[in-house]
Design a protein around this ligand. Structure first.
Ligand SMILES: *[C@@H]1O[C@H](CO)[C@@H](O)[C@H](O)[C@H]1NC(C)=O
Ligand SMILES: *[C@@H]1O[C@H](CO)[C@@H](O)[C@H](O)[C@H]1NC(C)=O
Ligand SMILES: *[C@@H]1O[C@H](CO)[C@@H](O)[C@H](O)[C@H]1NC(C)=O
Ligand SMILES: *[C@@H]1O[C@H](CO)[C@@H](O)[C@H](O)[C@H]1NC(C)=O
Length: 410
């Protein structure tokens, strides 16, 4: 009863928030998304000149690796949406033509990391430089967000066949509300080819998300090459449904160039049956293969090898160690593991804690901070490393949906 009222209230609050959020800035055909921190606009129109250019005068960022230039060329692609601009420009008053976007990035540093400044300011046209739009950001990644917003102000006019920016002058002042805006992909249950992952990353960039949470391996398959333990990817669905180590590095670099960090995950000790295809001693036994064998030193050597390899390519400060849905029965059902538990005076739940904490220490030794799924916190929260972020899902997942559906149906 109480729960029901709470959920109905929550739904009402969410609806009210959604209405408030769009109020005032829901302009005719244009919707900037996600809604910027602040927006104002006028009623005039400007047009993109045929050779709309990037201008970086006065910027401190040298763009040696072309992150900004590539972002600008993607911006043009987005704005054109593959249309041919064949309008008659001599009909447009030249004072209404935008020659380019003047971008000033204040910081020379292009390190992408958790908590960097992603804010930007966009004016169309620039004040004091009417032939240009002006974008200012602290980091190049803030500037990339500004490109997304700029692209959403542009539309291809099918009558005039030129790119129009209606409702100028625009002033957008924006910064994310949340420093972690993630999307999870699971390449263990479903292998995703590299171009598909890249499409996902592109669409994340459109929505200004900044963390790709890559749940790489699970019970079903182990698709990633681990140089330290080259038989692990024997657990892939097939020889072609795999990622080389260089593929993973490519994903990280592709994402980084779009302002997106990659959070790699290995989920231990449950959700890991596929590990034992290549190294069967990681299983308690063939008939009772999960969770990973807590009694075997080799288990932790492999985790160390994986995280050591990870640290060469996954430069995000967090690594995800899973830790959810651990059914420890196989540990007491398997004689050699049970013997080990007895010898170390541990019951199953203590061994679960022991495993998670030992894996945490390995991650810390490779310079990572840790994300663990909620169950670890629910079972031994006060024992977790202080460098742990607890990833809530039990109460935000199926249960909430069930409650919400329940409150509508009741
Ligand atoms: C473009 O517009 C100008 C001015 O209206 C006109 O003189 C010219 O013929 C047009 N050009 C084309 C290719 O339609
Ligand atoms: C396209 O341009 C025409 C002519 O200037 C204008 O009347 C019309 O409103 C524009 N269409 C849109 C969708 O902005
Ligand atoms: C836990 O694992 C044991 C051994 O594999 C199995 O018999 C049991 O059904 C599992 N329990 C749950 C709740 O899944
Ligand atoms: C395991 O041992 C601890 C410490 O003695 C105890 O608090 C806990 O209830 C035990 N758990 C189980 C599942 O037996």
């Amino acid at each position: 009863m109480m729960g029901k009222i709470v959920w109905v209230l929550l739904v009402v609050l969410l609806l009210v928030q959604a209405v408030l959020a769009t109020d005032g800035v829901s302009v005719d055909r244009l919707n900037i998304w996600p809604m910027p921190h602040s927006v104002s606009h006028g009623q005039e129109s400007l047009f993109l000149s045929k050779d709309f250019e990037l201008n970086t005068e006065g910027t401190r960022y040298n763009d040696g690796s072309g992150v900004l230039k590539d972002g600008f060329s993607r911006l043009l692609d987005m704005v054109l949406v593959a249309h041919v601009v064949d309008g008659n420009f001599s009909k447009i008053d030249t004072s209404l033509l935008l020659q380019g976007l003047h971008v000033v990035v204040l910081s020379a540093d292009d390190q992408l990391q958790y908590g960097i400044d992603e804010s930007y300011k966009l004016s169309v046209p620039a004040s004091g430089k009417p032939g240009y739009a002006y974008l200012e950001a602290h980091t190049v990644y803030g500037a990339l967000h500004g490109f997304q917003t700029f692209s959403q102000l542009c539309l291809f006019n099918f009558t005039t066949r030129v790119i129009e920016i209606p409702m100028v002058p625009w002033t957008v002042i924006d910064q994310p509300r949340f420093s972690f805006r993630g999307l999870l992909i699971d390449t263990s249950r479903h292998y995703l080819p590299l171009p598909v992952i890249k499409n996902v990353i592109d669409s994340m960039a459109y929505a200004k998300l900044n963390v790709l949470h890559w749940h790489i391996v699970d019970t079903q398959s182990f698709p990633l090459e681990i140089p330290s333990y080259p038989k692990l990817w024997d657990g892939a669905y097939s020889v072609s449904e795999r990622y080389t180590f260089a593929d993973a590095a490519e994903i990280v670099s592709y994402a980084q160039r779009r302002g997106i960090n990659v959070l790699g995950e290995i989920d231990v000790p449950g959700h890991a049956r596929s590990w034992g295809i290549g190294y069967s001693s990681l299983w308690p036994s063939k008939d009772c293969p999960e969770p990973l064998d807590v009694s075997n030193k080799f288990t932790f050597k492999v985790i160390d090898g994986i995280l050591s390899d990870f640290s060469k390519i996954f430069k995000f400060k967090f690594v995800h160690l899973g830790g959810d849905e651990v059914n420890t029965s196989c540990w007491t059902l398997t004689p050699h593991v049970k013997k080990w538990l007895t010898k170390h005076h541990m019951n199953e739940s203590q061994a679960y804690q022991y495993f998670v904490l030992r894996a945490q220490n390995i991650a810390l030794s490779h310079g990572y901070e840790i994300v663990n799924w909620e169950e670890t916190f629910n079972n031994f929260g006060n024992k977790l490393s202080r460098k742990t972020v607890v990833h809530n899902w039990v109460l935000c997942g199926p249960l909430v949906i069930r409650f919400l559906v329940g409150s509508f149906l009741a």
